[in-house]
Design a protein. Structure first.
Length: 296
């Protein structure tokens, strides 16, 4: 049975968790980066989900009698060197790249948040070990490590997931650790500790909701990095195995004909830029929405 002191500490902790929601912030529809990002990302996700319905042709079906066709009413962006419809491959490429980009964030987000939270709260030898591992990973460029790991594991979607999980969790751990170190010194945490609450309850129920927003915001930029990594791997021939439609491999195949059929390589590249901008805007909007007190 909880003691009166414990009940009081629980009440104060719950008030501290709910306090950020009471701040006066702009309505979400007045948050232009959030709205713009949500529209761009929403449209791209809708196109990816409806790819089997929207795409006019099979993205991997070859027609050697219609190779390197110019844009027309039948093939809006022309055909590639195998006679495949570029527009259909672009749509199916969104399905592949967005799926991998968003799913690849889940494992490092979850693992890094838990490890960072434990390290920041308990400190000691565990914190020292975690931070030394984080320092080692941060000593190497993100893309270099991803490419090296995929080269070791072999090309393919599962290898991309594994490589990103191994490399990306350290960023979440570092962010959450710093937030937890600050949060655990707050009065509501000290009160909860004095009230006899368990460390796990304090960490996951009371500190967690106050520090998780920073990890969520970073996840948006991490999605951009993941999509860029997927495209780079596809361009280097280490991504999703052909003939699956993927933006990076489309750029690679199209650059051979950049002077005569420039749209084959240029359009997928522009789509990558638009996708990155959309996710970045969404992240900026979420930053303003979740942390209005940190806006300049």
């Amino acid at each position: 049975m909880s003691t009166p002191t414990g009940i009081l500490a629980e009440y104060r902790a719950q008030r501290a968790v709910s306090k950020p929601a009471s701040r006066t912030i702009k309505p979400w529809y007045q948050n232009m980066p959030l709205v713009a990002g949500a529209i761009v990302v929403g449209v791209l996700v809708l196109i990816a989900v409806l790819a089997p319905v929207i795409a006019p042709y099979d993205p991997i079906a070859q027609n050697l009698q219609e190779t390197l066709q110019s844009p027309s009413s039948e093939h809006w962006l022309g055909t590639d060197k195998f006679g495949r419809d570029v527009f259909s491959r672009l749509i199916w490429g969104a399905r592949v790249d967005l799926r991998v980009g968003f799913i690849a964030v889940i494992i490092p987000f979850t693992f890094g948040t838990i490890i960072g939270g434990l390290a920041g709260y308990f400190g000691g030898w565990f914190d020292i070990i975690v931070m030394r591992i984080v320092d080692v990973f941060f000593a190497f460029p993100f893309f270099v490590m991803i490419i090296a790991l995929v080269f070791i594991f072999g090309a393919g979607e599962s290898s991309i997931y594994l490589a990103i999980a191994i490399v990306s969790w350290v960023a979440y751990a570092k962010i959450v650790r710093g937030e937890v170190i600050v949060a655990k010194e707050q009065d509501y945490v000290v009160g909860a500790q004095l009230g006899g609450m368990s460390h796990m309850r304090i960490l996951f129920r009371h500190i967690g909701p106050n520090v998780l927003s920073q990890a969520i915001i970073y996840a948006m930029s991490d999605i951009v990095m993941d999509i860029m990594a997927i495209v780079a791997l596809g361009y280097l021939g280490l991504g999703i195995a052909p003939p699956v439609a993927e933006w990076g491999s489309m750029i690679l195949e199209g650059q051979e004909f950049i002077t005569t059929h420039w749209m084959q390589a240029t359009v997928p590249g522009l789509i990558v830029v638009v996708t990155s901008l959309g996710v970045s805007w969404l992240g900026d909007g979420l930053s303003d929405l979740l942390n209005p007190d940190r806006r300049k």
